[in-house]
Design a protein around this ligand. Structure first.
Ligand SMILES: Nc1ncnc2c1ncn2[C@@H]1O[C@H](COP(=O)(O)OP(=O)(O)OP(=O)(O)O)[C@@H](O)[C@H]1O
Ligand SMILES: [Mg+2]
Length: 391
């Protein structure tokens, strides 16, 4: 079958030149693993609209051989920052002074220099969970707001390709990011938080090009091709899970620390442990674990119910020797705030509630994680050691 596939791929025509991919020797790599096809071509000189047309042609021409979700099309380019060749023909025109161009991103683009710090950002924090639905996005958005309440400048990248939800949580579903005269994407701003989301760029009908390890390159574009000037913290809401996608997204990015979210259930904890292992494998400093949906406080009788079990995360962190950042109880308004685009931590009226306090406490711990630690004066401290009192 692979020969048949290659034959068809060679016939694909580059609309920019009218020549076939075979003539232009565009194919870099074509491989079939079981039912899954990975095909990579050189996209130099091909604009995003031409690229979309090409990928449509590829899928069409293989539709009788492969399931659409099993076709992964990657691109490479010899031009480093050609995400904005998006605007190829227009980019010849004099650059406008203000933001006027729709921003575009380019999946499949290779990674940029390894571990390069992001201009304008002091600390980058990755937020992960072993499994979906544990409240990672809710947590990320409200942690950002809580850090902002402490006077920090905060940005968020919604890197969750499976279910980007920050545009909804921040009430900016209809927003279309634009790029500035330096060809940088301008982050969308809501409640003082700058953010960028896959949700702004993904259409329901984009499954082929938008899923797969090549998304690592897109996170790099979100880090380096977005104007993040002036941030103390940039939080990254990663896709749930601990697989290749998550790994490839962060392994080449400069990340200063990681937070893992879990619910107290055994199964969620098990996954969270895997998440922890993943971050450790990448040598990322672990800021700590957070227990979400820790309990439910009955609104009529005030009794606390531990729906998903009690204190599981606190016990796990002991075993795993990572800091425990805190527990966030279940609260209806935390969910409804996200649903209506007015996040919980923007609603001052909740400031005496447990959830509010939990976010305040956690954000303080996160912030102090990066502060220089006071010199240990205890029995294992410097003076004790030179006096021979320590272990
Ligand atoms: N402590 C909480 N109390 C009440 N509702 C919560 C709480 N935490 C999260 N939720 C709700 O649970 C649902 C899942 O949360 P969220 O989308 O943040 O999870 P996620 O881990 O990002 O999920 P996904 O894996 O789909 O990205 C949402 O409806 C959210 O509003
Ligand atoms: Mg999410």
């Amino acid at each position: 079958m692979i020969n048949d596939i290659k034959g068809r791929l060679n016939q694909i025509v580059n609309p920019a030149s009218g020549k076939s991919f075979e003539e232009e020797k565009r194919w870099k790599h074509v491989s079939l693993d079981g039912e899954k096809l990975v095909a990579e071509y050189n996209r130099d000189g091909i604009s995003p609209s031409e690229k979309r047309a090409i990928e449509g042609e590829i899928t069409k021409s293989l539709s009788d051989l492969l399931v659409i979700d099993n076709i992964m099309i990657k691109t490479t380019s010899t031009q480093s920052q050609d995400v904005f060749k998006a605007l190829d023909k227009q980019s010849e025109a004099p650059a406008p002074i203000v933001a006027t161009q729709p921003a575009q991103i380019k999946p499949g683009h290779g990674t940029i220099d390894k571990k390069k710090p992001v201009p304008g950002v002091d600390k980058i924090i990755a937020i992960g969970s072993g499994k979906g639905g544990v409240g990672k996005s809710t947590f990320t958005a409200n942690l950002a707001l809580s850090l902002a309440r402490q006077g920090k400048k905060v940005g968020v990248i919604d890197a969750d390709i499976y279910g980007p939800s920050l545009p909804m949580i921040f009430g900016k579903r209809e927003e279309k990011p634009r790029s500035n005269s330096e060809k940088k994407i301008i982050p969308v701003e809501s409640f003082g938080i700058k953010f960028m989301s896959f949700g702004f760029f993904i259409n329901e009908g984009d499954p082929v090009i938008w899923r797969g390890p090549m998304l690592g390159g897109v996170l790099n574009q979100f880090l380096f091709d977005v104007d993040w000037t002036g941030l103390d913290y940039l939080l990254i809401d990663l896709p749930p899970g601990t697989g290749d996608i998550q790994l490839s997204m962060i392994q080449n990015s400069h990340v200063d620390g990681a937070i893992i979210i879990s619910t107290p259930q055994d199964i969620a904890l098990l996954d969270a442990k895997k998440g922890l292992e993943m971050f450790k494998k990448l040598n990322l400093p672990i800021i700590g674990m957070v227990e979400n949906m820790s309990s439910f406080i009955c609104t009529s009788c005030g009794t606390e119910h531990h729906i998903f079990g009690q204190g599981g995360v606190a016990k796990a962190v002991e075993q795993l020797e990572v800091p425990f950042l805190g527990s966030i109880p279940l609260e209806m308004e935390l969910r409804s705030g996200s649903d209506i685009g007015v996040p919980y931590m923007t609603q001052e009226k909740f400031n005496d509630r447990l959830v509010w306090k939990a976010f305040e406490e956690i954000s303080c711990k996160v912030d102090s994680f990066f502060k220089p630690k006071p010199i240990d004066q205890g029995k294992n401290g410097f003076f004790s050691k030179i006096l021979g009192l320590g272990k």
